[in-house]
Design a protein around this ligand. Structure first.
Ligand code: HSE
Length: 441
């Protein structure tokens, strides 16, 4: 059989990992798919950049679009990144030239995934993107193939290694946010612009793709509610810990009669849940299927080798001739994403208040909650950093705020927002209340 010829655009972390993998496991590929997988052309921003891997044996292209169109390759591998610009132009050019495309570009797919899928289907070629979601975890193929017979009820996960690393280190080392972020950047996990990670947008890109695959809907990045981890303080982590929880940045999407609730936000999860144990840069994705039950995949969400493994898995599918619609359901049959109102989200909540230490302040808080028919599971006047210190006679100060931690029973988000607005309006708190959803997993 003829070799499968690859044109690779982008030789950074992932591209370098892919070249290494193709060299190391080349003979193995030829055995399992019955044909050689051969890199013929390369394009990158700089030809001269010092790399761990030699690129002088391949035909060089200054312009990735020219590589995408060139007949010397059958498959175009896009590892440039960015939601528009040259990555988009090159992918479109490759699909129009009836070439299979493999990409790791979540931002591109979250914005233009449906248009590109349409182009791929029209030209009878693959658009594979396993590496775009959760690095080395094979979640796209799992949803497309192994669990394809299920109706998915909920999909959720830890989809950003940088955020999970920051939250884990804040928990373990009691270190501030900014300090740990610097470390994550130095380790090479963070996006070029780290606000993409910590603001939750990288997770939202990935969740947009998972939501489409899970529920057969058009990709709708703008319908996802996004909150990042910037507002999480050491006080929250300490209080959550003392109450039996961990704080994780989760992407969660579920479908009900009212529509799809897709959100990215910090969440409290029970310490003994499987997802609470996922620490550091590790990612995890869970799918709840109507017949499969809950399936949890855990693994490396970033890094050269795991991401290259995902890209190479997509290449193997092309080499075997497996072509499926990119979003499983053909584009013409994908439903429009109907957004469920977050106000109607039903669950328990964690609240941290900075409450003035004066008579009636706590009673006013309790009244604001009961006015919205919110039942409280616990209220703790928290003593941060001093939980285990010897007790002394309570010191009351009218002018100093005391942290108060509340865990509610299940209620709606609308009721919570109204109660917290009333608490703020009463003037007994020194700062806006912190509210974090508790996720039942
Ligand atoms: N910045 C991402 C992360 C890399 O931290 O997980 C993979 O998308």
């Amino acid at each position: 059989m003829e070799p499968l010829k690859l044109g690779i655009a982008g030789v950074g972390t992932v591209g370098g990992g892919l070249l290494e993998l193709l060299t190391t496991n080349g003979a193995h590929f030829a055995n399992i798919v019955g044909r050689e997988i051969r890199v013929t052309g390369i394009s990158a921003r700089s030809r001269e950049k010092v790399r761990n891997i030699a690129i002088d044996g391949y035909q060089w292209f200054d312009d990735p679009v020219a590589l995408a169109k060139d007949p010397s390759n059958d498959v175009f591998i896009e590892l440039i990144g960015g939601e528009d610009g040259v990555a988009k132009a090159a992918v479109e050019a490759a699909l129009q030239a009836k070439k299979h495309v493999v990409t790791a570009n979540k931002a591109l797919l979250a914005k233009h995934g449906i248009a590109l899928a349409k182009l791929a289907e029209k030209n009878g070629v693959s658009l594979n993107f396993e590496a775009a979601v959760a690095g080395g975890i094979p979640i796209i193929k799992t949803l497309r193939e192994a669990l394809g017979a299920n109706r998915v009820r909920r999909v959720y996960g830890i989809l950003n290694g940088t955020c999970n690393y920051i939250l884990t280190q804040m928990q373990n080392d009691k270190r501030p946010f900014a300090d740990v972020l610097k470390e994550a950047q130095a380790l090479g996990y963070a996006e070029a612009d780290p606000t993409f990670d910590i603001g939750g947008f990288d997770t939202a890109h990935k969740l947009a793709l998972l939501t489409s695959l899970a529920f057969g809907t058009k990709v709708a990045f703008d319908q996802i509610h996004v909150e990042g981890i910037q507002t999480i303080t050491e006080a929250d982590i300490e209080a959550a810990d003392s109450l039996g929880y961990r704080i994780k940045l989760l992407g969660v999407a579920s479908e009900s009669e009212t529509g799809i609730e897709a959100r990215v936000s910090p969440a409290l999860v029970f310490k003994d849940s499987a997802i609470a144990e996922v620490s550091g840069v590790t990612n995890a994705v869970a799918i709840e299927g109507d017949f499969s039950g809950s399936v949890l995949l855990v693994g490396a969400g970033a890094g050269a080798k795991p991401t290259a493994s995902a890209v190479a898995g997509d290449i193997l599918d092309v080499a075997r001739g497996l072509i499926v619609p990119p979003f499983v359901t053909p584009v013409a049959k994908l439903k429009t994403h109907k957004r469920a109102k977050l106000d109607q989200h039903y669950g328990s909540y964690y609240v941290r208040l900075a409450l003035y230490d004066k008579p009636g302040a706590m009673a006013a808080v309790a009244k604001s909650m009961s006015d919205q028919a919110i039942s409280l599971e616990s209220i703790v006047q928290h003593r941060p950093q001093t939980l285990h210190a010897p007790r002394t006679a309570p010191q009351r100060s009218k002018d100093k705020a005391q942290p108060v931690i509340i865990i509610t029973h299940e209620t709606t988000e609308e009721a919570m927002r109204k109660a917290l607005a009333a608490i703020e309006k009463d003037g007994n708190v020194t700062e806006a209340p912190q509210m974090i959803r508790i996720e039942e997993l």
